[in-house]
Design a protein around this ligand. Structure first.
Ligand SMILES: Nc1ncnc2c1ncn2[C@@H]1O[C@H](COP(=O)(O)OP(=O)(O)OP(=O)(O)O)[C@@H](O)[C@H]1O
Length: 251
């Protein structure tokens, strides 16, 4: 598999008054095309900060992020818009990710229209991707408060995939949902990976889900990557003491 994303020596420190929080410290990893990589670690270990730097929501202090060989840090204008179209993120709280005053269909169409796609075509594509996410066309005309959490999360996945990103980042995308809906959404993401060849970076606390859907796992602790391997290597035969404790605490 060829490499899609290469993260090298990435670091981020947050400053709050006199306190400095080294959220991410010298993190390096890669992600291949069509691969699903899990990022696991206890709360506060830096997982979301890594994801936010990749999506450009946080600026990196140091390091390099390459997408398809091109350094994406510090881009601006059209080059930046083009790159971030290829990286989409799905967040934990589905309802918060849509504007409550905008119908789901219009929310999904927005980024396509921003890309220059006509309203008519954007509407057709919004309905197509809602359908891929197992939501009927009627969902396009509903407001976020008129659907369940699971349906809203499907709609946010539809919005993310409608613009055919090369990389989909899911930050605890299913943890607010009940177990059956969680399983359905993970199945859907695996299907999308196979059908669209999309690479995925999953931040996930649920090791059973990681084992089921991810190809490789990175373990983060205090802003560092402490271990990397296949799900079986990490979950069944962890090498580092921190990973052993993490697995014990989660299982
Ligand atoms: N905007 C911010 N300002 C200040 N500190 C922050 C900010 N965002 C995150 N942090 C801190 O950086 C550290 C890493 O946070 P981050 O959200 O990346 O961890 P995480 O592993 O994703 O945690 P969780 O699993 O709880 O979401 C934490 O100590 C957090 O409090």
């Amino acid at each position: 598999m060829s490499e899609l994303l290469a993260v090298s020596n990435l670091s981020k420190t947050y400053h709050k008054g006199k306190i400095s929080i080294h959220a991410v410290d010298d993190v390096s990893f890669h992600l291949c095309k069509g691969e699903c990589l899990a990022l696991v670690g206890e709360s506060g270990s830096g997982k979301s900060t890594v994801a936010k730097m990749i999506t450009g929501l946080e600026a990196a202090d140091k390091g390099e992020i390459r997408l398809g060989g091109k350094d994406i840090i510090g881009l601006s204008g059209k080059a930046q818009r083009e790159v971030y179209r290829d990286i989409q993120m799905v967040f934990q709280m589905p309802v918060d990710s849509f504007n409550p005053r905008i119908k789901l269909g219009d929310g999904i169409m927005e980024s396509m229209i921003n890309q220059g796609i006509s309203r008519e075509e954007a509407r057709v594509r919004a309905i197509k991707y809602l359908n891929i996410c197992e939501l009927g066309p009627e969902f396009a005309d509903r407001y976020p408060h008129q659907v369940s959490g699971g349906e809203c999360q499907r709609a946010s996945i539809a919005r993310a995939i409608a613009i055919k990103p090369q990389l989909l980042i899911c930050d605890e995308a299913t943890s607010a949902l009940d177990v059956t809906v969680q399983a359905q959404i993970m199945k859907l993401l695996t299907q999308l990976k196979k059908e669209l060849g999309m690479s995925q970076l999953m931040i996930c606390h649920d090791l059973a889900l990681v084992q089921e859907v991810c190809d490789r796992v990175l373990v983060m602790h205090h802003g560092h990557v402490v271990e990397e391997g296949t799900p079986d290597e990490i979950i069944i035969n962890p090498q580092q003491d921190y990973t052993k404790k993490l697995i014990e605490s989660i299982l």
